[in-house]
Design a protein. Sequence first.
Length: 134
Amino acid sequence: MEHIAQRLAAEQLPAAQRRLVWAAQWTLFVSFLVLGLMRLLMPMEELIRIMSWPGAVPAWAVRMIGALEVAGALGVVLPALTGIKPWLTTMAAFGLMVLMICALGFHLMLFQGAMLLPSLALGLLAAYVGVRRL
């Protein structure tokens, strides 16, 4: 655990900015892990009841999106935390950003205005982390 604390302290960003980036990373981690696991594990009928869009695409696409979200959630935190290939954190953040850009387009196509704000917020947060971890 001490090794991780030393690695976090050695980052190049000023302390306040470093805390902000980590807060953004943990927010992305929790958000995408929960959403991704829901899309991977919940029955499709339940997902359609909770959020209408899974009914507009094949079940395999919903499951694939869930898998991508779980992978992105893990990738946005673990490499930076462990110091093992930390550039993967940047790639995971940009991958989540692209996923949210696609979600924005999809929600626009289905006229789901209420879904635009979460997708936009998560996409901007992912872009912030990606840029800060370059």
